[in-house]
Design a protein around this ligand. Structure first.
Ligand code: 1PZ
Length: 215
């Protein structure tokens, strides 16, 4: 429950969760990965209700993963690596055509994984932007370079409209609640290498098992 001591939302904590995703042998922990997305969705919701079509989809994917973790085979879903092995060994993934396993962990994580690339590109643009940089443009550029390739024109149009409502750089930095701009830039510089590493490890894994185009 909410309490008076509850700290104000701070993006540093959210991005820190992604740091805790990686195990010693460089496997990606599902609970932490999902917790990271949860925090990001909370942040996105604070930007306005126009983003709710995005957060609804993200929340449903987060919930699918929570259900896997809470299910009878939850232990198989501890890391993305163990999940891939388990689902493939037991033929629980639609590999070419959707139908039987619309909620496979493999396809669900793939959607979040693609969104993580957007996040990486967007935060890098934010980090290197100047005071007069436009958040909406950075967001759209990052999107067009990544997620947009996987979305229909209708979703791309809706996303484009939502991006236009993003506040300017300084307000955006304030909503992040990290501190003065220099501190935001430093925090991003700190968090980005870890986000990239999580992304790359998942990308390599999905490439190895030929899962990058799951329906
Ligand atoms: C700061 C501004 C936030 C901008 C967020 C940029 C991402 C735009 C994504 C638009 C997604 C639109 C809704 C749903 C799309 C789904 O069709 C796809 C594919 O899933 P399928 O239909 O195959 O089950 N879903 C996704 O691509 C996952 C999108 C997750 C987006 C999470 C964004 C979290 C943002 C954090 C902001 C800091």
């Amino acid at each position: 429950a909410d309490s008076v001591e509850e700290k104000k939302f701070c993006l540093t904590e959210v991005l820190d969760v992604f740091k805790s995703c990686l195990t010693e042998n460089k496997e990606v922990l599902v609970d932490q990965y999902v917790a990271g997305w949860r925090g990001l969705v909370k942040f996105m919701n604070s930007l306005g209700s126009i983003f709710s079509f995005i957060s609804k989809d993200a929340v449903s994917k987060i919930q699918i993963m929570i259900n896997h973790r809470n299910g009878n085979n939850g232990a198989e879903y501890v890391t993305i690596q163990s999940m891939v092995k388990y689902e493939l060994d037991n033929k629980l993934v639609d590999l070419t055509k959707s139908g039987n396993f619309p909620e496979s962990g493999c396809r669900t994580i793939l959607r979040l994984h693609r969104a993580l690339r957007w996040l990486e590109l967007f935060l890098e643009r934010l980090r290197t932007s100047t005071e007069d940089g436009k958040t909406s443009v950075m967001c759209a550029d990052a999107y067009n370079e990544s997620l947009a390739h996987h979305h229909s024109w209708l979703i791309r149009a809706a996303a484009g409209m939502a991006f236009c409502t993003l506040p300017g750089r300084s307000t955006f930095f304030e909503v992040m609640n990290v501190g003065p701009p220099e501190q935001v830039v430093a925090m991003l510089g700190d968090a980005l290498p870890l986000i990239s590493e999580v992304y790359q490890i998942t990308e390599d894994l999905y490439t190895e098992y030929n899962l990058l185009n799951l329906p």
